[in-house]
Design a protein around this ligand. Sequence first.
Ligand code: UTP
Length: 293
Amino acid sequence: MQVKKAIIPAAGLGTRFLPATKAMPKEMLPIVDKPTIQYIVEEAIASGIEDIIIVTGKGKRAIEDHFDHAFELEDTLLKKGKTDMLDSVLETSNVEIHYIRQKEPLGLGHAIWSARRFIGNEPFAVLLGDDIVENEDPCLAQLMRQNELTGKSVIGVQQVPEEETHRYGIIDPVSIDGKLIKVDKFVEKPEAGTAPSNYAIMGRYILTPEIFEFLGQHQLGAGGEIQLTDAIQKLNEVQSVYAYEFEGRRFDVGEKFGFIETTIEFALKRPELRDRLLKLFEEKLKESYIEEK
Ligand code: UTP
């Protein structure tokens, strides 16, 4: 069965970006001039997803308003002949997006469970706003093809340096067939030095609906939260769950340094910003060189 629905959880507290996230979800923080969540919605649409449900917490209005028609703004831009800007405002306002509220931020697993009625009894996608993946063939589309081939859940992974494994959900691979990996265990945030591999879960999932049985057990895991990775491990014990090492450059926008790095990389791709930015870097490098002397 083809995957048509996607869940985008956006109800976390975003503590790593406080105070910016006190009144606004971190998924609305912009990379240059586009909120992170818009990159994610665009990837879902490019992969062929037809219905998106966003799980919201605080700052619900900001996300809903962003994907709604802004008639006044569109009219002003039209009258002023600012068609480029109008196009960028219209880009995602015609997509069918639904919203559900997670009453308490009890963890990613709980956020996904909150959307169970919208999904029903079919396989579905999950995309997290913490990872932006750039690739001509969208990351989610790659996983969807593997799901069609195997009929099983498929989790997007990439390799990370060993010293970073404690920050991620990590897989213990049984066998690797090209990029498709049969998995023995899924472990959320293993303690330093105990990770079974360096393949890390990167915020893109295709899941079969049986996952809701395990999410519904509301078992607390790492950090006292209901973890999606723990439910995936339980699902794996009754039906195989595959991992797939997807192609594409992944940007980690869920923590400050990664967010700044992504902003710089994306800004350097803009012709109107590139030269001025490079000049600024040159000046800053010279300044720090003089200071050090
Ligand atoms: P994170 O752990 O990266 O997000 O969750 P966070 O908790 O908001 O961030 P920090 O650690 O406090 O800075 C991954 C994704 O799951 C969502 C988040 O919004 C993010 O997209 N999430 C997390 C929920 O929707 N609900 C939750 O209870 C927890």
